[in-house]
Structure formats: structure tokens, C-alpha cells
Design a binder for this molecule. Structure first.
Ligand code: PLP
Length: 390
């Protein structure tokens, strides 16, 4: 049984997995090298054959900067181990290929690339996949009994912020011997710890809150060493390991993760409340609002509600586009989780590829605007939304 790091999350963000050097650097140096020299053939064989841990070749992830990052990533999710990736999609694709070949169920809304990979590309390889909406969960046990081995979902989900019960779905997956993997990108480890709720694996687009500054593309997968050992050769041979510079930049960002996300929680809730009171806003979707259907479950399984919210404005998609175009502080951009606030209309960006019927089925209307709340002064962000809505 592995011993988790009992220190507080902020302490782990700063100190877990740091590798100091002979010069006294407080942080892990960037080992900007592709390969590592050994004193002898016997010594290189020890590492190649797994008898000794060591640095060998950067694409394998056997690079001290990448390995130090992985220790920090594991510690933040209370996991035994972590693998760092060159993107969130790299983490997901390695996970699905390594652990999902017998069948995958994706529950609820998810990032468009994830829906495409699971719904369109993995079936080309003969992998049975199923996309279930949140109101179709009664079908899950039948699919699990039929041989599905991996259950996957985002919570809160994109863009409707739907909240799924991690512990309950883990129990259903486990009853059939299947694994549960949760995309924890929207919540971040600051607000939600899926492994403590019995999920088997956690995946992140580290491009978002973990990176936090919109300047790196990276991914992460956390879980038991036994499960990740199966994923490792896929990452190695698909060439999905991050560069040491990216690994160092991500470790740098993780040191401030807790303060960033806690402020984003506060700002997003303040904006959600202001938008809820606005006469031109029909609906605000945010797990922290008492009016939100997923709120009671969010209170149970999250310790903060995150920096994402979606508003549905009065009028149609053209009206929503006009409002987005009038924003001055929020940038019109995809992605999320950075220090700068972003606004997108799902119909024109993240969910543009779906048919209108499919969007309607998923509860995504043309008049929805998704907001990723950054670290500007919350009142400035509220003022910006109010002038655009005027
Ligand atoms: N998961 C979620 C929830 C996302 O929003 C995204 C990207 O937007 C991804 C995964 C994919 O991550 P990346 O863009 O780092 O490959």
C-alpha cells in the first residue's frame, strides 16, 4: 500500500517532487538533453532492464525534469504515480488505447476532441465505444455487463457544468470489474479529488488550470503504478512525452495552483451571482449557485466550485455573438483555466461540429456563452459583462 503525502495541498504544490542540485537550486533544473551517459554497459543494462531507476532517454519520460514533475503531479491528486504528456489529448489517447480496448463508455458532455476521439476515431480501430448522456445512466449497467471495461467522464462537464457522482459511478464500474477514469480538468485537484472518491484514474488537460497561464500545452494521467505501467509503453512508443522545458514550466505553474484556483473560485461565483440577477440573462450554469441542479452533489464532492460558468442570454445566437463581440476584458478565445478571462459561444467553437439536433439533445443552446474566469479584479469582469449586455 503506498503512503500518500500527508502535507497540505499548497505545501505539496511547492515542495513535492522537487529535485535540487549541487548549486543549491530550490527548483528542479531543466535537463535539456535527449539522452544520458552511463559509466558502463552493465550500468545502462540495469536501467534498460528495470533493475535500477535512472535517466535514460527523454522520449521514454526517463528525464529528471519530467520525472520530478510526475512526482509533483501524483502528489497533487493523492496518487501513487503519474505520467506527464505533451497534451491532454495525448493523455486521453494513451489511456484509451492502453486501458479501454475492450470497450469505453463516455458519460455526459465532454470536450469536443474527446467526443470525436471516442465517438469517431477509436471505433475505426475496432474499439467498441458508447456516448451516454447524463439522463441515460440507466443504460450503464447493461453496457458494463456487455463487456465495457472503462467508464470515462468530465465533472463538471463542458459547457453545461453537469456534475456527476464520482463515488456512485465508481461503485457501478467496479461491480462489473471495470475502471473509472475522471477528467478533472475543469475542477482541478484544488476543488476535487476523484481518487479519494474511488475513481481509478484521473486525467488532465494540463494546458488549462495546471499550466494556468495559457503558455503551455501538456497533459497528465494519475493513478496506481500498476495501471500506469500499462500506459507507459503506449506513451513511449506513440512519442507523447512532454519536452523538459514544458515539464519545467508546468512544475513552475503548479507552485501557484492553489492560490490561483481559490481566487478563480471566488471571482466566478461573484460573477455567477451578478449574472443571475441580470434581467437579460435567462440562466446561469455554475455548480456554486444554489439554483443549479447539480449544486447539492457539488457541495458533497467538491471543495470549491471552479472558475467556469455558462450564461444563457435573452435572444438567439446572433444576440449572444453580439454580446461576446462587445466584451473588452474577456478575450474571445477557446481554452480555459488561464490567468486571463476568456469567453466563447459553444455553438461557434467547442460544439460547432455537432448537429443542431445533437446540441439540443445535450442542452446546449445557441444563446449560451461560456466564461473562463481569470485573475483580473472580479468587479472589472462584472462591469465588462454588464456593458456588453447593455
Ligand atoms: N479535457 C478537457 C476538459 C478540455 O477542455 C480539453 C481541451 O480543451 C482537453 C481535455 C484536451 O486537452 P489539450 O488541448 O491539452 O489536448
Amino acid at each position: 500500500m503506498f503512503q500518500s503525502d500527508e502535507r497540505g495541498l499548497s505545501t505539496r504544490c511547492i515542495h513535492a517532487g522537487e529535485l535540487t542540485d549541487a548549486h543549491g537550486s530550490p527548483h528542479t533544473p531543466i535537463y535539456n538533453t535527449t539522452t544520458f551517459a552511463f559509466p558502463s554497459t552493465a550500468a545502462i543494462l540495469d536501467v534498460v532492464e528495470g533493475r535500477k531507476a535512472g535517466s535514460l532517454y527523454t522520449r521514454y519520460g526517463l528525464n529528471p525534469t519530467v520525472q520530478a514533475l510526475e512526482q509533483k503531479l501524483a502528489s497533487l491528486e493523492g496518487a501513487e504515480a503519474a505520467l506527464a504528456f505533451a497534451s491532454g489529448m495525448a493523455a486521453e489517447s494513451a489511456l484509451f488505447l492502453a486501458q479501454g480496448r475492450e470497450g469505453i463508455v463516455c458519460i455526459g458532455d465532454a470536450y469536443g476532441g474527446t467526443l470525436e476521439l471516442i465517438g469517431q476515431q477509436l471505433p475505426l480501430l475496432g474499439i467498441p465505444t458508447h456516448l451516454l448522456l447524463g439522463d441515460e445512466l440507466e443504460r450503464l449497467d447493461g453496457l458494463l455487463a456487455g463487456g465495457v471495461r472503462l467508464v470515462f467522464f468530465e465533472t463538471p462537464s463542458n459547457p453545461t457544468l453537469e456534475v456527476f457522482d464520482i463515488a456512485a459511478l465508481a461503485a457501478r464500474a467496479h461491480a462489473h470489474g471495470a475502471l473509472l477514469a475522471v477528467d478533472n480538468t475543469f475542477a482541478s485537484p484544488v476543488n476535487q479529488q476523484p481518487l479519494a472518491l474511488e475513481a481509478d484514474l484521473v486525467v488532465h488537460s494540463a494546458t488549462k488550470y495546471l499550466g494556468g497561464h495559457s503558455d503551455i500545452t501538456a497533459g497528465a494521467l494519475m493513478g496506481s503504478k500498476a495501471l500506469l505501467d500499462v500506459v507507459w509503453p503506449w506513451r513511449k512508443n506513440l512519442g507523447q512525452t512532454p519536452a523538459p522545458e514544458t515539464a519545467a514550466l508546468l512544475a513552475r505553474s503548479l507552485r501557484t495552483l492553489v492560490v490561483r484556483v481559490r481566487q478563480q473560485n471566488i471571482s466566478a461565483l461573484a460573477i455567477a451571482r451578478a449574472m443571475e440577477a441580470h434581467p437579460r440573462v435567462l440562466r446561469v450554469l455554475h455548480p456554486g449557485l444554489e439554483s443549479f441542479p447539480g449544486h447539492p452533489l457539488a457541495v458533497r464532492q467538491m471543495s470549491g466550485f471552479g472558475g467556469m460558468l455558462t450564461i444563457e442570454v435573452e435572444g438567439d445566437g446572433t444576440m449572444a455573438a453580439a454580446i461576446v463581440d462587445r466584451l473588452r476584458l474577456f478575450a474571445i478565445a477557446v481554452s480555459l483555466g488561464g490567468v486571463e478571462s476568456l469567453a466563447t459561444q459553444p455553438v461557434t467553437t467547442t460544439h460547432h461540429g455537432l448537429t443542431p439536433e445533437e446540441r439540443a439533445r445535450r442542452g446546449i443552446s445557441d444563446a449560451m456563452i461560456r466564461l473562463s474566469v481569470g485573475l483580473e479584479d472580479p468587479q472589472d469582469l462584472i462591469d465588462d459583462l454588464e456593458q456588453a449586455l447593455r
